[in-house]
Design a protein around this ligand. Sequence first.
Ligand code: ATP
Ligand code: LTN
Length: 333
Amino acid sequence: MLDKKTLFSAVQPSGVPTIGNYVGAINNFVKLQDDYNCIYSIADLHCLTVRQNPAELRQATLGLLALYIACGIDPEKCIMFVQSHVHEHAELTWVLNTITYPGELNRMTQFKDKSRSHADNVNMGLMDYPVLMASDILLYGTSVVPVGADQKQHIELTRDLAIRFNSRYSDTFIVPEGIIPKYGAKIMSLADPTKKMSKSDENLNAFISLYDDTDTIIRKFKRAVTDSDTKIYFDPENKAGISNLLTIYSVFAGVSIDEAVRQFEGKGYGDFKIKVGEAVAEGLKPITEKRLELMKNKDYLNKVMIDGAEKASRIARKTLSKVYRKVGLYRAE
Ligand code: ATP
Ligand code: LTN
C-alpha cells in the first residue's frame, strides 16, 4: 500500500455520464485501481460553474457514486468521495488563486468553449475551474491523473502551479503527470464526428448515455453519422466517424482496434453500426443492473461516501496545513 504512487481523478455529476466518460475515464479508473493508491472524486463543486437544477444535482451525485461502484471501482481498494465534503478543496483553491494569472485562465480552451455555450452565465467560477481542479489533484500528493484528452491543458496548468508554488515557497507539491489513453481519449459525437461527445449536447442522438436502454443504444448507433465510402478501416483524420465507432467497439467488445478492423473487413456500414450498438448494449447491461440495485441501497452509498470523505480529509488536512504554514498564515498552537 505504502510504496504505491497516488492516483487522483474525478468526474462531474452534471447530467448523465456518456460512453465518452466511460471510455476516456471511468473504465481506466477500474483498470488502474490495483497499481496505485486511487482516489476518485465526484466533482460537485465544479458543476456549480454552469447552472444546475439543485434537486437533480443531488440525485446525480448519488447516482455517480453508484455508477463508479457498478463499473467496478472497489470501495475496499479506493477512496471515493464527494468533493464538497472535503472543504480543503475550496481552501487550497483560494491560495492557488493568488499565484495564478487571469491570462492563464482565459486562454483555456474549455473556458472559451463553455463561455460560448453558456453565454448568459460566464461567471468567475467558470474561469477558475482549472484552479479548483489543480487543488483537487495537489491536495493528495498525486503522481498520476487519468483523464480524457480534453483535460490535458488543465493538467498542464496544475503542473505549472505546483512548480510555481514549490519554487516560491520551497518543495511542497508533487508535480503530477496526466495519463491519457492511446485510444478512446476523445470519443466523438455520433451526430458530428468532428466534435467531442458531450453529455450536455442538445442533440440527444449525439451521445450514448450510460443510462440508455438497449433499443435506444442501437437506434442511436444506426443513425451515427459516417462518411459515404464503404470500407471499414481505422483512420481518425479521414474517417472520423468509422474510426470513432471502431474505438468504441474495441473497448466494449474487449478486442484491439486491429482485431475490430479484421472482424468487419468486407462488411457494410449498416451491419457494422448494429454490431457496435449490440456490443455497447451488452457491455452496459451488467453495469446498469448493478447500478439500479445499488441505488436502492442509499444507506450503503452514504456510508461509502462518508468513509471516503473521512479518509480523503485526513490527507487533505495535512497538505493544507503545510501550505498555510509555508505561505505565512499564523497558526495558534
Ligand atoms: P461536459 O461534456 O458536459 O462538458 P464532461 O463529460 O467533459 O462534461 P466530466 O464529466 O467532468 O466532463 O468528464 C469526466 C472525464 O471524462 C474527464 O476525464 C474527461 O476527459 C472524460 N471525457 C469526457 N468526455 C469525453 C469524451 N468524449 N471522450 C473521452 N473522454 C471524455
Ligand atoms: N474537470 C474534469 C473533472 C475533474 C477532474 C479533477 C479530473 C475535476 N477535478 C481532478 C481529474 C482530476 C473534467 O473532466 N471535466
